[in-house]
Design a protein around this ligand. Structure first.
Ligand code: IVH
Length: 682
């Protein structure tokens, strides 16, 4: 290695340890020694050096934490020892029975327990070889799990490298979760973009771990608490010491664990956390009680499903009874119809509950709900309370069966089911008000066009006044259209009121619309609201189909060939572009200056501005229409016949002889497809 290489290698090593040091302080100790900006600068510098000198990039580098790998299919891998589950109880008396069982099986021995909080997330096994994180496996079927190592790299609280006190081989198990505060933030952005909300933090964490794009995983900011040291570790003889050792190895071990000398102490620990757990920033559902001593654990052994030396005490999730006043139906952007239960207001877990979601019609049937019923609602990790049952004993003769709707509650079109889906849909996608409002809201969302100052009521006002019918019409709005526009809204008492748009709001809206014309191609693609095309699919599409014409003309087979795009998405994309109304909306968007092409590919240059082209023949990389659109986009002009004003004739294969001879006679420049590309890139 030459001396320059040595210096670079050392610099990379120094940066790696510095970054991991601050990372651990921040994520596991809650301490900030440097600012976020300084941290990001160090990380960017490391990424830059590793890009320049890839031979020095290793798997334990903190640069892995930002993700960037795409996994088409996760391979499965056997667990060293099965990942079992815990036996559960909801009662103190069963805990006392558990203690008796332990004492009976370990006669004349003193038994200590370690109590920990039971975190409501997803189990993960972490395998370190030579002190580096080698594999991260999900629980799977308990015997083998998915190898999601690249996604685990992005979890900042999981150390990528262990200190020298660790043995060469080490397995650690823990629970991956999304903190309550972070979950709220994720849903805040979902709501702002009018996207369906994540139902609960646990399922979101579980789904996130299996995302194919690790940079998307990095954005979700997962966390991981560890709860077991699964390998032999010199001088660690009990679980309490194991947790201390894990903490020393920079794993995230919450300080809440406690060694208890008796089952009575265990019960006071359970009581202590019963209400306090609400203040923790992680969803919890109980307490895990483990026999502390490893030799005793060994003696007690396992059943086929659970360790005999541990038990989970589960807190009952808070529930309440109230009456079902009514059921209404909401129509989403895609036309999906969701029943909403309206309840007699009731306080549960500190908030007043008025509504509960019922997901779909089957749920009403499953619960056998009737209007007027006394229903049981529960609030666990879910943000929206769930109806878990009906108190049949309190059903009165006046309770009314629920009539399922057969028509859209908004536009009265016939509703129908989509194969393999539980929801009913209104298919009047183009004229049903809530669907249009939803589509516009999606289009203007932060992750799409980021148009501000337009709430759902204003959008409804624009539609009701025939000012817009679709997303493209937003770009035709002018000051006179907006000024004094009457907007209907409901005040906090639920009364209908009317306000009108004032000068400042009109200016803000128009400015924001103009600004949105600079949105990236992939943001626009996302904004079109093609079913199943989320942010990352839109990015993939924008990279693989460099302009919208290519995507419009792509066949199902071309789309499915794209990495990360499966059958369902490909079908939905082809379906979207086979609709002429969608194509006219896209043309309108283009006419209004939206740039539906990847800028990464072509260097924008105005060398063809006002230049007049005529096109003849067929081309390799573009269809004639694509070529025309590109010329127009770059400010050039296209005409159908040669005149003395024509600057260039672009000549393809099988060209029209009359155009060529006319160009020859007038001395017009004749260029090939490649010459044209060079002209663009000049
Ligand atoms: S110990 C044999 N400790 O709860 C399993 N588990 O069914 C030993 N969990 O899948 C697990 N917090 O993912 C343990 N402090 C904790 C835990 C915990 C959450 C999860 C774990 C397991 C499930 C038990």
């Amino acid at each position: 290695m030459n001396s320059k290489d040595q210096i670079v290698k050392q610099k990379i090593e120094d940066l790696k340890s510095e970054i991991e040091y601050h990372n651990n302080l921040y994520y596991n100790e809650d301490i900030n020694e440097i600012t976020d900006l300084e941290f990001d600068k160090k990380l960017s510098y490391l990424i830059e050096l590793e890009k320049k000198y890839p031979k020095f990039k290793t798997n334990d580098s903190p640069s892995q934490r930002v993700g960037g790998t795409i996994t088409k299919k996760f391979e499965t891998k056997n667990h060293e020892t099965p990942m079992l589950s815990l036996s559960n109880t909801y009662s103190e008396s069963e805990l006392i029975d558990f203690d008796k069982r332990m004492k009976k099986n370990l006669p004349n021995q003193k038994i200590d327990y370690t109590c920990e909080i039971k975190y409501d997330g997803v189990a993960l096994s972490l395998i370190y070889e030579n002190r580096k994180l080698k594999y991260a496996l999900t629980r799977g079927d308990g015997k083998k799990g998915d190898n999601i190592t690249t996604n685990a790299y992005t979890i900042r609280s999981i150390p990528l490298k262990l200190s020298s006190i660790a043995p060469n081989y080490l397995e650690v198990r823990g629970e991956v979760f999304i903190s309550k505060s972070n979950f709220k933030k994720l849903n805040y952005y979902k709501k702002k973009n009018n996207d369906p909300l994540f139902a609960n933090a646990r399922n979101t964490a579980s789904g996130t771990l299996k995302l194919q794009d690790s940079s998307e995983v990095a954005k979700r900011k997962l966390d991981c608490f560890v709860y077991s040291l699964n390998s032999k570790f010199e001088s660690v003889n009990n679980h309490n010491e194991a947790l201390k050792t894990l903490k020393n190895l920079n794993f995230n071990v919450p300080d809440s664990y406690k060694k208890c000398n008796s089952i009575e102490e265990v019960i006071s620990y359970i009581k202590f956390w019963e209400n306090k757990r609400e203040n923790l920033d992680v969803e919890t559902d109980g307490i895990v009680i483990k026999v502390n001593n490893f030799n005793q654990q060994k003696e007690l052994g396992f059943t086929s499903k659970n360790p005999r030396w541990a038990i989970a005490y589960k807190y009952k999730s808070e529930s309440a009874e109230t009456s079902l006043k009514d059921i209404t139906y909401q129509v989403g952007r895609t036309g999906a119809i969701t029943p909403v239960a309206h309840l007699k207001p009731i306080k549960l877990s500190g908030s007043i509950i008025r509504k509960a979601s019922l997901y779909n019609f089957n749920e009403i049937k499953r619960l056998d709900l009737r209007i007027g019923d006394t229903i049981i609602i529960e609030k666990g990790g879910e943000i929206i309370p769930k109806i878990t049952g009906v108190n049949i004993d309190r059903r009165s003769n006046e309770s009314k069966a629920i009539k399922f709707i057969t028509q859209c509650p908004s536009c009265s079109s016939q509703i129908s089911k989509i194969k393999n889906e539980a929801n009913y849909y209104c298919r009047n996608h183009k004229n049903c008000l809530p669907q249009i409002v939803g589509k516009v809201q999606h289009f203007i969302g932060k992750e799409a066009m980021n148009i501000e100052f337009l709430g759902p009521e204003t959008i409804k006002g624009l539609i009701n006044n025939d000012l817009i019918k679709n997303i493209a019409d937003l770009y035709k709005l002018n000051y006179d259209d907006l000024f004094d526009l009457k907007i209907e809204y409901k005040n906090s008492e639920g009364e209908r009121k009317i306000r009108s748009l004032k000068e400042k709001s009109c200016q803000n809206i128009l400015n924001s619309i103009i600004k949105s014309k600079n949105s990236s191609y992939s943001n626009i693609l996302f904004g079109l609201g093609i079913r199943y095309v989320g942010k990352s699919t839109a990015e993939v599409l924008s990279e693989n189909f460099k302009n919208i014409e290519k995507l419009i003309n792509a066949k199902y087979d071309d789309i499915i060939r794209t990495s990360e795009i499966g059958d369902k998405i490909a079908k939905s994309i082809s379906h979207f572009f086979s609709d002429n109304d969608n194509i006219s909306i896209i043309s309108e968007l283009e006419k209004n200056g939206l740039k539906l092409y990847s800028k990464k590919n072509i260097n924008i240059n105005s060398s063809i501005k006002d230049i007049k082209f005529v096109i003849t023949g067929t081309f390799n990389d573009y269809s004639r229409n694509e070529l025309k659109n590109i010329i127009k986009r770059y400010g050039g002009k296209v005409s159908s016949s040669i005149s003395k004003n024509t600057d260039f004739l672009i000549l393809g294969e099988n060209f029209g002889p009359s155009k060529k001879s006319k160009a020859d006679n007038l001395g017009t420049n004749i260029i090939s497809e490649n010459d044209f590309k060079n002209l663009l890139l000049k």
